[in-house]
Design a protein around this ligand. Structure first.
Ligand SMILES: [Zn+2]
Length: 141
């Protein structure tokens, strides 16, 4: 028998003889920590596992429509925190899009001048109302 340090809690423990690579002690929280780490690693490196987990999650959610609704109404602070996190994600996405647009050049530049403005769905140009407009470019990005 060999004494080891638990990778979870740091306590000394005796390795089980049938588990040569044992890194965690037998405490429930350490077994859970080991399993979480295993799942995280598995999800990162195994696309099939990841897909299966996602499919099972969707199926479960589909069969238990009321679960999260009930949970959220019983845990308003959880629901509020989620709303705030989603709000942050939305804001970051908007800002990233704005930054992308600002850094890209305009698709085409329209020179200043006089233009005939015609409705887009004009069938017969002669019959359609149109406007003579003047466009003055003030600045180009
Ligand atoms: Zn432990």
């Amino acid at each position: 028998m060999e004494e080891r340090r638990c990778a979870g809690c740091g306590d000394a423990f005796w390795r089980r003889p049938q588990v040569p690579d044992q890194e965690y002690c037998g405490k429930a929280e350490c077994r859970r920590a080991r399993r979480r780490l295993w799942q995280r690693t598995k999800r990162q490196h195994d696309a099939d596992y990841r897909d299966n987990q996602a499919r099972a999650q969707r199926a479960w959610t589909g069969d238990n429509r009321a679960y999260w609704r009930t949970y959220r109404s019983g845990h308003p602070e959880y629901a509020q925190a989620n709303r705030e996190k989603q709000h942050d994600r939305d804001r970051r996405r908007r800002e990233a899009n704005l930054a992308k647009m600002a850094s890209s050049k305009p698709l085409s530049s329209v020179p200043s001048g006089t233009y005939l403005l015609v409705p887009r769905d004009a069938q017969n140009l002669a019959k359609m109302d149109s406007l003579m407009v003047e466009i003055t470019v003030l600045s180009e990005r």
